[in-house]
Design a protein around this ligand. Structure first.
Ligand SMILES: [Zn+2]
Length: 146
């Protein structure tokens, strides 16, 4: 692997909750590609797109990002463990398209995994680009600065 895995993270399993896997992926980028979050266009960001996903936006194409990290297609499960893709309900390409966006009419599996991953990445990006706003949202009461 070309990228160094931060010593402070434990790599989640491929079926861990999206937020855990995405947090690991964000930490991997923090360690190896500082400033990555500011380079993501959150308006067009789509985890389901090979061009508009995290690796797609940072490297031009998902597969190019895989290679930059040091992964081949054989490391697909690693990419899933770090939240760069969400996997699918079974191991077929058709299932991936259903999980992704229900692209085939009437075939959306409804698992929602890409929506979960999408929201998890947007939270990681916001916490880096607008830390005060995100921290504020976490509190019911707001401290008044005297
Ligand atoms: Zn699914």
């Amino acid at each position: 692997m070309k990228y160094e895995i931060p010593s402070y993270i434990e790599i989640p399993s491929a079926d861990a909750p999206a937020a855990e896997r995405v947090a690991a992926g964000a930490a991997l980028l923090d360690k190896n590609l500082p400033g990555w979050a500011a380079r993501i266009d959150t308006e067009t960001f789509s985890l389901a797109s090979l061009y508009k996903c995290i690796l797609g936006q940072l490297f031009g194409f998902y597969d190019t990002g895989m290679r930059a990290i040091g992964w081949s297609w054989d490391d697909d499960v690693m990419a899933q463990r770090f939240g760069f893709h969400m996997g699918n309900c079974d191991d077929t390409w058709a299932a991936w398209e259903r999980c992704r966006d229900g692209r085939a009419p009437g075939q959306d599996c409804g698992c929602g995994r890409y929506d979960e991953g999408q929201q998890a990445w947007l939270r990681e990006i916001a916490s880096r680009n607008h830390p005060a706003a995100v921290a504020d949202d976490d509190h019911d009461t707001h401290l008044v600065r005297l």
